[in-house]
Design a protein around this ligand. Structure first.
Ligand SMILES: C[S@@+](CC[C@H](N)C(=O)[O-])C[C@H]1O[C@@H](n2cnc3c(N)ncnc32)[C@H](O)[C@@H]1O
Length: 472
């Protein structure tokens, strides 16, 4: 929840077909846009990172207006757990009895009051205007009363009240760092012996991730990405300090792309893992939208190999075709009912569908969307995809099992379960393979296992997991 400047939006919303209804009052298009996206997340399961850019475009918000709308949307969605705890103390109605549109206005107001540099009276005033506009005058009085109480203390003082030191540690962290309790517990378990890093990890989840780019080898060179800085670990990565990635021709042409550094490294690790014999046919069996496939296809082409990329969802498979080069094939296929023969491939990427708990920085609403049942629901699919990937691998080849979640039940437990009782698969040392690519990389080994786990608070990347499995 980074601070921001005091800033008024535009007042021409009434003229927009998708804007607020006519009330004759001046509108604040920036706040209204944030509110509309937050509502869509609530009512239609929209993804803020996909919906917001199109709303900004439709409403002509650019530059500082767009930055403020983004900060208000993401900050409110991320901070919901903290703000709800504070709002509950400031409201004489239970939160569950407050109409959802009004509750979203209150959350947005609380974020402006407590986590931006907007002066509190202005933050309360604009939130009350918004409440009047979306819910009517009666409700705006209630919003005014609640938000004036919120504005009576700063965030640090409220945290002392809603999450005091004597609260149990999970609840306290859950409120202070605005994560559901089950996620706090799961992430703490995943940290294992380093569980005292949990506060730093949760804090990192609330930070805006830096933008990293990949120059797909053989298709783009890093020096085409002028103004970027070298990425800390990936030899094909660059950090974009600010600005629009689409300003680079290489990004517009699909020769370079926005890609988290850990995603780059796990793809490069699959390409670097030692295999015996033929090295011609590679597959990415859960490829959509194509980030890793784009990098793998470029490396495969350089090495005279060929990538087949598959996804079960047609529109995600279509996105893959934009990321890969001409030598690669893209098919719509279910990895649990393979469209290829056993033993077909020399290298296979299995970037399994998962809860995404390692990418909470990018998807501000994701933490509130699903409960722990999602982990249990995905388990059988993850196991079946891994079994089928091993079947599709020829002896001597390597499968990379990857998730963008560090949850133990989606990572090492899946791999250990699938390999239990099998004597035809070796676990390669994934941290060793990674440091062969990124010599300065440290702190990725999972306990004393051969698995690797990236962490946002340590590496500035998504919490990506990697196991490298060689069949013999
Ligand atoms: C974590 S995402 C992959 C991200 C991708 N590797 C990248 O780097 O851009 C998982 C993908 O698996 C796909 N998927 C889910 N179930 C599948 C199945 N049974 N077979 C193939 N793909 C599946 C989803 O549609 C989703 O695109």
């Amino acid at each position: 929840m980074p601070p921001t400047r005091h800033h008024r939006g535009r007042s021409n919303a009434n003229r927009r077909p998708d804007g607020p209804r006519r009330t004759g009052r001046p509108q604040d298009l920036v706040r209204r846009t944030a509110y509309d996206v937050i509502r869509a997340v609530d009512t239609r399961d929209a993804y803020a990172n996909l919906l917001l850019p199109s709303r900004l475009r439709e409403r002509g918000l650019t530059g500082r207006d767009a930055a403020l709308a983004t900060e208000l949307t993401y900050g409110t969605l991320r901070g919901r757990g903290t703000y709800d705890a504070i709002l509950a103390l400031c409201s004489d109605r239970e939160l569950r009895r407050i109409d959802r549109p009004l509750l979203d206005v209150l959350r947005l107001g609380a974020h402006q009051v407590l986590a931006t540099r907007i002066p509190p009276h202005a933050a309360v005033g604009t939130a009350v205007e918004l409440a009047r506009d979306v819910t009517g005058p009666g409700q705006s009085k209630f919003a005014n009363a609640v938000l004036r109480k919120v504005a009576g203390r700063d965030l640090a003082a409220w945290l002392e009240i809603v999450a005091p030191d004597d609260l149990d540690a999970t609840t306290r962290l859950s409120i202070r760092r605005s994560h559901p309790k089950w996620i706090v517990s799961a992430l703490r378990d995943a940290l294992g012996p380093d569980r005292d890093e949990i506060d730093a990890l949760l804090a990192a989840d609330n930070d805006r991730p830096r933008v990293t780019l990949v120059a797909r080898p053989g298709r783009a060179a890093l020096d085409e990405l002028a103004g970027t800085e070298p990425a800390p670990y990936s030899p094909v990565g660059a950090v974009l300090p600010d600005g629009d990635p689409a300003a680079f021709a290489a990004v517009r042409d699909g020769r370079a792309a926005v890609q988290d550094e850990a995603s780059q490294l796990v793809a490069l690790a699959l390409a670097a893992a030692g295999i015996d014999g033929r090295d011609a046919f590679w597959a990415d069996v859960c490829a959509g939208p194509g980030g890793k496939a784009g990098l793998l296809s470029a490396v495969a082409t350089q090495r005279g190999a060929r990538l087949l990329a598959a996804d079960v969802t047609p529109h995600r498979a279509a996105l893959v075709t934009r990321a890969v080069d001409d030598r690669a094939g893209v098919v719509v296929a279910d990895g649990t009912v393979p469209a290829w023969r056993p033993g077909s491939f020399d290298r296979i990427m299995l970037d399994a569908p998962c809860t995404g708990l390692g990418a909470l920085r990018r998807r501000p609403e994701a933490r509130w969307r699903r409960g722990p049942e999602a982990v249990a629901e995905l388990g059988p699919l993850q196991r079946e995809l891994l079994r089928k990937a091993l079947e599709a691998l020829r002896p001597g080849g390597v499968v990379a099992y990857v998730t963008c979640s560090p949850h133990l039940a989606e990572t090492r437990v899946v791999v250990d379960d699938v390999l239990r009782g099998r004597d035809d698969v070796d676990r390669l040392d994934a941290p060793d393979v990674l440091t062969g690519i990124a010599p300065s990389l440290d702190g990725v080994r999972v306990g004393d296992t051969p698995y690797a786990q990236f962490w946002p608070h340590r590496h500035g990347t998504d919490a990506m997991f990697l196991a490298l499995l060689r069949k013999h």
